[in-house]
Design a binder for this molecule. Structure first.
Ligand code: NAD
Length: 450
């Protein structure tokens, strides 16, 4: 059935590509999304059964709405032709970059932050004038349903479709030819998507996961580090691709950090975190069992409790962890924070550089020299000094991975650029032929450079 939908959307995309002045202006979507915020109220409150209401308001509704507003304010400026410097031979011509839509875009989303990670790329793709097939995750059922039911009330249905399904349906979708594929998910499925895209030479953005290191220098105030790290590690019960995955610090710093982390966790979630409305739950049994097995790595210094019926894992800190253990091999994606000991910043840099390039890297130090050294001597999708993933809250910064953590970038204008083909244009005058004739044969040896 959706094969017909894809074919219809391809026709719409082709028509839009030929609509001057810019296809994005043909969409009635932007004003309507702003005028009727009930799409956002429909998804208000925990957007997945595992999220706390405050966290979902902040990370899902506010960020998605912010992207819509930013695109509305800036769309006309973003889509303007960009005039570029010219050579002597083209002084009288017009040279510019035109932003054109690719055509038909496929957006595949993961289950965590299911509203944000579908709507934010959708805003960019539509703003750039594309038609979109949106494939939300089959795992975050409530948002999958809201998107399928509510989006058609707001968006021009000739320009988008929501396709529901899991790996099998996504696999079938991927056999179709799209003009751009935007995927957010695991590196394993990212490879499947890229292989399928290669068959049609379709360009891709891959927003993937991985293990994000967080270095803590000896000169830090442990309580400040504990507050900031705990908030970002246990936000959405740790099910965040840019959360600090593990800490790197000296054994001395670890001794100072443990009581600070314990006091922060108690302050955030009370003496019984399981009854706290501020702590999320694990998305499903499969992930719960995976995380419970990780609690067996190293030694539990804080937390460690779990409850299968409630899919509850306590905010946990593990120490005495070996690098070869599963908790240091796979992306944790849960409220578990292992601490690895290193003897100073050199060893931390060496540890980080031995592994795949992460999506995010964090460095805490009172010395800006140390923070800048880690920034200079490592690579990652994004970097934040002295905090958790605050860098992703700025739409003026690109969001994306590097190496194993992904390909490409989006957010704000970066989204518009990602979903636009940058067409190189030179408009010349039919006159001045005598001047142009210098390049035509027959050539004289005096034209050659000595
Ligand atoms: P996933 O890769 O399992 O699934 C993502 C999407 O791919 C879903 O829509 C799913 O239906 C589809 N899919 C799953 N298996 C498939 C297959 N065999 N063939 C075709 N399609 C398939 O990821 P997930 O479990 O939903 O999300 C968690 C992962 O996503 C983590 O690795 C996390 O780090 C990553 N992530 C990355 C970002 C980012 O911005 N970089 C954001 C959120 C999550």
């Amino acid at each position: 059935m959706w094969m017909n939908t894809c074919a219809q959307l391809r026709t719409s995309a082709d028509t839009l590509q030929q609509s001057p002045p810019h296809p994005a202006l043909c969409f009635p979507w932007h004003s309507r999304v702003l005028m009727e915020p009930s799409l956002f109220s429909a998804s208000r409150g925990p957007t997945a059964p595992c999220e706390s209401a405050f966290e979902s308001e902040l990370s899902e509704v506010a960020i998605s709405q912010g992207e819509v507003n930013l695109a509305l304010r800036n769309l006309r400026a973003w889509m303007k032709d960009e005039h570029v410097p010219k050579s002597l031979a083209t002084q009288l011509d017009s040279a510019f970059i035109r932003k054109e839509p690719f055509g038909l875009v496929l957006i595949i989303a993961p289950w965590n932050y299911p509203l944000n990670l579908t709507l934010v790329p959708l805003v960019g793709a539509l703003a750039a004038g594309n038609c979109v097939v949106l494939k939300p995750s089959e795992i975050s059922k409530s948002i999958e349903k809201i998107l399928a039911e509510e989006l058609p009330r707001y968006l021009d249905q000739s320009c988008f479709a929501v396709v529901l399904g899991g790996p099998q349906e996504t696999g079938q979708l991927l056999e179709h030819r799209f003009d751009y594929i935007f995927f957010t998910g695991s590196p394993r499925v990212g490879k499947i998507v890229m292989t399928a895209a290669a068959k049609h030479l379709t360009p891709v953005t891959l927003e993937l996961g991985g293990k994000n290191p967080c270095y803590v220098d000896d000169n830090c105030d442990p309580q400040i580090v504990a507050n900031r790290v705990a908030w970002f590690r246990y936000f959405n019960a740790g099910q965040t691709c840019v959360a600090p995955d593990y800490l790197l610090c000296s054994p001395e710093m670890q001794e100072r950090l443990l009581p600070a982390l314990q006091s922060t966790i108690t302050r955030f979630y009370g003496d019984d975190p399981q009854s706290s409305p501020n702590l999320g739950r694990i998305i499903n049994q499969k992930h719960f069992q995976r995380l419970r097995a990780l609690l067996g790595c190293g030694r539990v210094a804080i937390g460690g409790q779990s409850d299968e019926h409630d899919r509850y894992i306590a905010p946990t800190v593990l120490v005495d962890v070996q690098e070869a253990e599963p908790v240091m091999q796979e992306e944790i994606f849960g409220p578990i924070l292992p601490i690895m000991n290193v003897r100073g910043v050199d060893e931390a840099i060496e540890f980080i550089n031995r592994r795949e390039k992460p999506l995010a890297l964090f460095a805490f130090s009172n010395s800006s020299q140390v923070v800048k050294r880690i920034l200079a001597q490592t690579s990652s999708g994004g970097f934040c000094g002295n905090d958790g993933f605050m860098h992703i809250t700025l739409a003026s910064l690109p969001f994306g991975g590097v190496g194993a953590s992904g390909i490409g970038r989006y957010h704000g204008k970066f989204s518009f650029d990602t979903f636009s083909h940058h067409r190189a244009c030179l408009l010349r005058s039919p006159g001045m032929e005598k001047l142009n004739a210098i390049r035509y044969p027959p050539h004289s040896p005096r034209h050659l450079r000595k």
